[in-house]
Design a protein around this ligand. Structure first.
Ligand code: AMP
Ligand code: FES
Ligand code: ZN
Length: 304
């Protein structure tokens, strides 16, 4: 196969676009898709400072590199979860990446916050993954607001987003369907949240990371039985193979026709939100936010 742009030997075949690219033209394609994803959904302006949540995985590191190359004012945020055999490796990868590319990095250590994930797991009588997600989102938001950033960016890609969309649709979960998308505007104490890789598949991001020589961490979390939405991702992968382009179409059509309908009938969040008495973060779950309640549970468990 020949590169669609320059005619040299293609190194990356993209069935969904019915085409192939050499390495250089593929990276140009990747950049255009990121730019189109940002511009079409009005995610971010060039002059706005953006905090990029980098986990050490290929998606968020590719995102950070690409945004910085496109001239965005990026700064990295890594949350050290204190999980043995995975957090330390990811932290070193992230530190080396930011040093190599001369990018700012902030690290929040959950051990210092009294929320090391192994302790949270021991203190809760339910799966730790949802609590871990809640804690990460809490610190993403705090760091973005306290640091004066216009937005918080994550490395979610098209496969993550379509699998989540299918999951929400199968439950006809109106609340989630009203707010799912690459842009969540800032409101009620929450920073703007953006997902600039929403047009790119996991395969495409993996190729970009490989071509750009991005060292990333593959250490999986010992507490998750597998990557999230694996079954739905496999089903959508089979659909994409049979009907190239369907995944992007499914997501884009939802953004255009589906989300506005659900958003119109969603209850207003601010009615239920008030500041946490301890940390000031917006919460709908009583006097204390969920994260402050988890911190108390961890402390009680240690003292018991
Ligand atoms: P995940 O939920 O693990 O698939 O991660 C989704 C996105 O959340 C990643 O692409 C990152 O942008 C961000 N993220 C996940 N874990 C961390 C972490 N420990 N520190 C900073 N960002 C993270
Ligand atoms: Fe949070 Fe596994 S429980 S990454
Ligand atoms: Zn709180």
């Amino acid at each position: 196969m020949k590169c669609k742009v320059c005619g040299q030997t293609a190194h990356v075949a993209l069935n969904s676009h019915n085409t192939g690219f050499c390495s250089k033209c593929f990276c140009d394609f990747f950049s255009r898709q990121v730019a189109r994803g940002i511009e079409s959904q009005k995610l971010l302006a060039k002059q706005e400072p953006v905090l990029v949540a980098i986990s050490g995985g290929k998606d968020s590191l590719s995102l950070m590199l690409e945004l910085s190359r496109q001239g965005y004012r990026v700064s990295g945020l890594f949350i050290d979860l204190a999980i043995p055999d995975s957090s330390g490796i990811a932290r070193q990868v992230v530190e080396r990446f930011c040093k190599k590319h001369g990018l700012d990095l902030q690290i929040i250590s959950l051990a210092d916050e009294g929320l090391a994930i192994p302790l949270v797991k021991a203190a809760l009588n339910r799966p730790v993954c949802s609590a871990c997600g809640k804690i990460k989102r809490h610190y993403f938001n705090r760091a973005a607001i306290d640091g004066g950033f216009a937005a918080l960016a994550t490395g979610h890609n098209l496969d993550d987003e379509t699998a989540r969309l299918l999951s929400n649709t199968m439950r006809w979960d109106g609340a989630y369907l009203s707010s799912q998308g690459p842009l969540l505007e800032a409101e009620n104490g929450f920073a703007r949240r953006i997902k600039p890789l929403w047009r790119l598949s996991e395969f495409e991001t993996a190729n970009y990371a490989f071509i750009e020589g991005i060292e990333h961490s593959c250490a999986s979390c010992p507490y998750s039985p597998g990557a999230s939405f694996t079954t739905l991702k496999n089903i959508l992968g089979r659909l994409e193979k049979a009907m190239p382009g369907r995944k992007l179409d499914f997501y884009q059509s939802f953004l255009k026709h589906g989300r506005p309908v659900f958003a119109a009938s969603a209850p207003k969040a601010e009615d239920a939100l008030k500041p946490c008495e301890n940390c000031g973060s917006p919460t709908s779950s009583g006097d204390l936010c969920g994260v402050c309640r988890i911190r108390i549970a961890v402390r009680e468990r240690i003292q018991a």
